[in-house]
Design a protein around this ligand. Structure first.
Ligand SMILES: Cc1ncc(COP(=O)(O)O)c(C=O)c1O
Length: 378
């Protein structure tokens, strides 16, 4: 079976893990955490970065930093992972779901302003597949209404919009280093801050609401409980693994882009003949080859292609199930305007193909052949 994902092992990964174990500093914020933070800041163009235990936790930190109160609203796509919405719902605030664009599957910027109310505090964008949202328009809307923009950049490390790295386009951004991501340490994440005051407070929230980081830097003589917070910092063992991965980023990306481009070229004719859509990447966006997906002509073909590929020894999968109509989405959130018909439609048609660094040419050939042999008519 060709798996959907096969985790990449970076050249220095085992050596750094051994070093972290032998150093005795296995708790958080050790030397590898500092190295990884610097690398994440460089790749995202952020002012500062704080490693977290997951992107989910980084999103929860953004909700704390926003001081969300019950009844406050946050605009976000319905076509996203549950963590984007959970972070808001956990504060008693309301996720307001806006439909996505049919081409990039990103938050439809043309629908955002109509969803703003006097309770709206922020807009959370998700750069689906690492292809940027239309950020100039979204930032202009945020500016007009005094809203904070947060990038859920779980897919987008290394992507850019008009030459600017994803992660630097809002006040805060969240990264994921889950095993399925381009750069991974099993479970992990980061919060990227682009504002000095937010960075200072985030450091406290991440350290159980204490100024322990300032104490370690010799800035205060004892550390105390100064704000609300929780424990969001990962062990330096995970940071060691992540540092090796981040240092290997260029190599990982080269291999992933080769697979992405091969799918895109080799499936172009087949897709055109059968009414299948391939990913759209606007000219102003550079994507990081995180996902390769096909939009099949209908639900029966989504299920059909996944089953056919499984028979051919290829693991393919669907993606997000719309949040606005999910049981918890209805309980804690609401859809803006006329609902999210585009989200409903694409969610029922999308199939993701295997994509990982280290995919052998023979594996790629097999996936392409298996897709092309899907019997549309029968
Ligand atoms: C858009 C988005 N946000 C957040 C997450 C959660 O990431 P993590 O598993 O690191 O918590 C995911 C997971 O894939 C995601 O796709």
């Amino acid at each position: 079976m060709i798996p959907f994902n096969r985790p990449f092992v970076a050249p220095q990964e085992r050596a750094y893990l051994t070093q972290a174990v032998e150093s005795g500093h296995t708790s958080g914020d050790g030397p590898f955490t500092r190295r990884a933070n610097t690398l994440v800041s460089e790749l995202t163009g952020g002012l500062g970065s704080l490693l977290t235990t997951s992107c989910t936790h980084a999103l929860e930190m953004t909700a704390l930093l926003l001081d969300l109160e019950p009844g406050d609203e946050v605009i976000m796509p319905s076509f996203t992972f549950v963590s984007t919405a959970n972070a808001v719902a956990l504060r008693g605030a309301v996720p307001v779901f806006v439909d996505c664009r049919p081409d990039t599957l990103n938050l439809d910027e043309a629908l955002v302003e109509a969803a703003v109310t006097d309770r709206t505090k922020a807009i959370m964008v998700v750069h689906y597949a690492g292809v940027a949202c239309e950020m100039d328009t979204i930032n202009a809307i945020a500016g007009r209404h005094g809203l904070v923009v947060i990038e859920d950049n779980a897919h987008g490390l290394g992507g850019s919009y008009r030459g600017r790295p994803l992660g630097s386009l809002g006040a805060m951004a969240t990264q994921s280093f889950h095993v399925t991501k381009n750069v991974q340490c099993g479970e992990g994440g980061a919060l990227v801050l682009n504002d000095a005051a937010l960075l200072e407070r985030a450091e406290i929230i991440r350290e159980k609401g204490t100024n322990r980081s300032q104490f370690f830097r010799g800035m205060v003589d004892k550390y105390r409980w100064v704000d609300i917070g929780s424990s969001y910092l990962p062990s330096d063992l995970l940071a060691a693994m992540l540092t090796a991965q981040l240092e290997g980023f260029a190599g990982i990306q080269e291999q992933r882009h080769a697979v992405w481009s091969a799918y895109h070229e080799r499936l172009a004719g087949w897709a055109g003949e059968h009414g299948v859509s391939r990913p759209t990447v606007p000219a102003e966006c550079a994507h990081p080859a995180h996902l390769y997906y096909l939009l099949m002509p209908g639900l029966e073909h989504q299920q059909g292609l996944i089953a056919h590929l499984k028979d051919q020894g290829v693991q393919a999968t669907f993606h997000y199930v719309p949040l606005h109509s999910a049981p918890a989405g209805e309980r804690y959130g609401r859809a803006a305007g006329d609902g999210c018909p585009v989200t409903d439609d694409v969610s029922a048609r999308l199939v993701r193909l295997p994509l990982f660094a280290g995919m052998a040419d023979a594996e790629l050939d097999r996936v392409v052949a298996a897709v092309r042999s899907y019997p549309f008519g029968s």
